[in-house]
Design a protein around this ligand. Sequence first.
Ligand code: 4FV
Length: 238
Amino acid sequence: MRIDILTIFPEMFDALNYSILSRAQKSKLLEIKTTNIRDFSLDNNKRCDDYSYGGGAGMIMTPQPLFDAISSVKTDRSHIIFMSPKGKTLTQQRVEELAKMDKDLVVVCGHYEGIDERIIELLVDEELSIGDYVLTGGELPAMVLIDAVSRYVPGVLGNDDTTEIETFSNGLLEYPQYTRPYEFKGLTVPDILLSGDHKKVDAWRLEKSLEATKERRPDLYEKYILEHGNPFEKKRKK
Ligand code: 4FV
């Protein structure tokens, strides 16, 4: 998968050159390229921001550098995403859809108070938010998006199964996980996990996922119960 990132801070994306994403890029499963919006500014001082029409605090990213920078990477295969608090909140479902799209992603990172609306009208296909809080720039949201989507590019994780049993993949929060040693600070691993009985282990894991989801995310729990029921809870008396 090809991912182009439009930003005025390309060096921030060195963070993607570690671990799984680094290996994926080296093995050409992922091609991630940053483009510095500032390089496209026709302003004498390479400015990319200006005051907001109508007044108000903060600066707005000007349309010319953004338009030319995005146009320099845009192809007929591009799906152009702008990271913004005004966007639809990113979900695991949307992450998987984006990973499966036969498109190249172009991720636009705003800065200052935001970008000129005409760029959204002219070029942006989708606005996405990573949550209801305001950050100083779109770079960290872009990294979150790229990290989450990259995990679903075939071969990137190396063991595709690991995307099957994880939080949100079955609509529930993940069960508790343990590794060696058996005892740590006086706490031991639940013996069911050492039983070798895969059916019992799977049942224990589902029960723990349901417990955690019911307690922490009743919204997800109700949705799951509607579709699957809860085999560990006695049928509610009518
Ligand atoms: C954001 C979010 C976010 C708003 C102004 C960048 C900042 C600044 N992006 N999810 N939450 N963006 O706060 O995606 O330009």
